[in-house]
Design a protein around this ligand. Structure first.
Ligand SMILES: [Zn+2]
Length: 292
């Protein structure tokens, strides 16, 4: 076997917190190995209307006109991830994905099978996904990005990369800019954000005379927002000078807790409710996974 047989596919899949089925032989399955591991192409199977992962045999073994494997991973309707092939899979065909990574480095890949992992998610092609698939798909893609050490810009839909343009529609019903932004937000704190049902870490109790820093990634790109939480009073640090001084304090050991945007907004709302300039924020309760 020459080339790369990606050994961490099952580990990455397990990071989602969803069940993982290691399909027998996956570690050595492939049309040879991959030449590099640089990104992810998302697909739908266009398979049967019902069933958990009825396309497994086709994705693993291929069809009359195209030998398998036809993807590296599968995603069933229950959210279960199927690990099918560690080597090169025929999933993207004639294709190209080019762009610029967040660090400013341009990339341009042509014919992606040798360098992009493929995921075939079970759907008949109408884009009616189960809640489990909608929850697991971005977690799975983010987990692959985390293991590849590549950003969300390396994730594309088959319909975005297939040539000639318009050749492929999949995955139906998934808006890719939104999906990539979601993956980017998971990658901000991958080991805490990618797993589903991760037990929430309680916000550390803070005495009134004690203060802690709060950080939140409010937008997928850009610097995290920073605030000081002193008792119930929450003060956002807006200027670059305030931010730098906060970062220096955190680097020197000041307590800092990451929260998600819902928690950030709720802290902001509660703080303003105590002041004379209450601010209407439509957050009424802390979500279960509000703190990490
Ligand atoms: Zn496809």
């Amino acid at each position: 076997m020459t080339g790369i047989y990606v050994p961490w596919l099952a580990d990455a899949a397990r990071l989602t917190g969803y069940p993982v089925v290691e399909v027998a032989g996956w570690r050595s399955r492939g049309h040879g190995g991959m030449s590099a591991v640089e990104g992810v192409v998302m697909h739908h199977t266009a398979g049967p209307r019902t069933g958990e992962y009825p396309s497994l045999a086709v994705v693993r073994d291929g069809r009359a006109d195209l030998p398998g494997p036809l993807a590296n991973l599968g995603l069933g309707r229950s959210g279960t991830v199927y690990v099918i092939a560690a080597g090169l899979a025929y999933h993207a065909g004639t294709s190209r994905w080019a762009g610029v990574d967040p660090d400013g480095r341009p990339f341009d890949f042509v014919n992606l099978n040798a360098r992009f992992l493929g995921i075939e998610a079970e759907d008949d092609g109408d884009g009616t996904w189960t809640p489990e698939q909608l929850d697991c798909y971005p977690r799975l893609v983010a987990a692959l990005c985390y293991y590849m050490r590549r950003p969300a810009s390396r994730v594309c839909a088959h319909r975005e990369c297939a040539l000639p343009a318009g050749r492929k529609p999949d995955p139906a019903g998934i808006d890719m800019p939104t999906f990539r932004a979601h993956v980017g937000s998971l990658l901000v704190d991958p080991l805490n954000r990618i797993p589903r049902n991760r037990p929430a870490a309680p916000v550390k109790p803070v005495k009134d005379d004690d203060a802690m820093y709060i950080k939140c990634q409010l937008t997928p790109s850009g610097s995290p927002a920073i605030a000081i939480l002193s008792g119930p009073i929450f003060v956002g640090l807006g200027t670059e000078q305030e931010r730098q001084s906060a970062e220096a304090a955190i680097a020197a050991g000041a307590i800092c807790q990451w929260v998600n945007p819902a928690t950030w907004n709720e802290l902001d709302r509660r703080s303003h409710a105590l002041c004379d300039n209450p601010r209407p924020v439509a957050v009424t309760q802390l979500p279960q996974d509000a703190t990490r």
